[in-house]
Ligand binder design. Structure first.
Ligand SMILES: *Cc1c(COP(=O)(O)O)cnc(C)c1O
Length: 365
């Protein structure tokens, strides 16, 4: 059989580098601390378990395709119109949905140099051209993004704060970015880590969306809400964008358990506050300890830190990763993000943080 007889994916698909998730196990190690996927060490709100116990979910029935209950709960929590909210099977699905809805072959989608890899994948999957824009000091550069915009640009993705760098740009810069974009370009503000940020000059993007028809904010239940396993995300956007995406999305894209869990979780502000406080208490402590070991750390406003290792044999990021894994501490290599000399560490439980720091101390000695 000649190769031309095989089914072939549409042009561009085989150029996509598949997303590699953070590892979850280490061979031969009994107790593993997973600090590779920015999950919450606190887990979900106890109200999620309560809601599951109280509700008799009919698993044979399709879920509510409009995820009404979840959208209502989100709109109550943030004071938003439920008609401007669309839920997804994780915010990853929504990022892809925006690409499928707005990008055609010949169009360009922009993202930042060390930005979240899902953007590039989804832009390419839509058949459009991915354009990577250089960062300055591992931080998004508004000037560089605006310089990269062409007549073909349709979407600009900005993770704020960004993963894996942990850096953010202030709301004044986000506004300047929006003001410089042509009206036909959608600015997607991915605010997956918004709840963790404690800076007066930060905003997730709600006001920008409310005031503009070409801004989308995406959020997730995977990080602060500790529900990564259920896959729940949402976006806030103008009705025209919600309407277009509703035509393209799967009719039952959010499952019945996710709808119940998300609605319960977003109402539990005390649990979110506990998660923020845990992160606050440990983020500075972990960074100080790492710097005390002679390692450079990029200042982070999220629930993770980017650690930079020397190129010296015996002390490289790859060797640190192997050493930590052998002790059961799984961090994230970020070579795919153009950061071969760095590891990303999630702020975990006290036990996980202290153990990982101890192991790194031994490694650096
Ligand atoms: C973790 C993360 C998400 C969340 O993805 P889900 O599909 O909602 O789990 C989105 N954007 C960024 C930048 C992330 O790091």
């Amino acid at each position: 059989m000649s190769s031309s007889e095989h089914p072939s994916p549409k042009p561009g698909v085989m150029d996509i580098a598949a997303y590699v998730p953070g590892r979850e196990s280490a061979p031969g190690v009994a107790k593993v601390y997973k600090l590779s996927s920015n999950e919450s060490p606190l887990g979900p709100s106890p109200m999620v378990t309560e809601a599951f116990a109280k509700r008799n979910v009919d698993l044979a029935a399709y879920p509510d395709g409009s995820a009404h209950e979840l959208r209502q709960a989100i709109s109550r929590a943030y004071g938003l119109n439920p008609g401007n909210i669309l839920c997804g099977n994780g915010s990853d699905e929504l990022l892809g949905l925006l690409c499928q809805t707005y990008l055609a072959p010949g169009d360009e989608g922009l993202f930042t140099q060390h930005g979240f890899l899902v953007y590039k994948i989804q832009i390419m999957a839509a058949g459009a051209r991915p354009v990577s824009v250089p960062d300055t000091d591992l931080t998004a550069s508004v000037d560089a993004i605006l310089d990269a915009v062409t007549r073909k640009t349709k979407i600009v993705f900005l993770a704020n704060p960004n993963n894996p760098t942990g850096t953010y740009i202030p709301v004044s810069e986000v506004r300047r970015l929006h003001a410089g974009l042509p009206a036909h370009v959608i600015l997607v503000l991915d605010a997956a880590y918004a709840e963790y940020v404690r800076r007066n000059d930060y905003e997730a993007g709600i006001e920008l969306v409310s005031a503009n028809p070409n801004v989308v904010m995406t959020r997730t239940f995977s990080k602060i809400h500790g529900l990564a396993g259920l896959r729940i995300g949402w976006m806030y956007a103008n009705e025209a964008i919600i309407d277009a995406c509703n035509r393209v999305r799967g009719p039952f894209n959010v499952n019945a358990l996710a709808i119940i869990a998300g609605a319960a979780a977003i109402g539990d502000r005390a649990h979110v506050e506990r998660a923020v406080e845990h992160n606050d208490a440990w983020l500075g402590r972990v960074c100080d300890a790492l710097e005390g070991l002679g390692l450079k750390v990029t200042p982070s406003v999220g629930n993770f830190v980017l650690i930079h290792f020397p190129k010296t044999a015996g002390k490289t990021a790859a060797e640190a990763d192997a050493f930590l894994s052998s002790r059961g501490y799984i961090l994230r290599r970020v070579t795919g993000y153009g950061l071969p000399d760095s590891l990303r560490m999630t702020i975990g439980s006290a036990e996980a943080n202290l153990g990982a720091l101890d192991a790194l101390k031994e490694f650096m000695a």
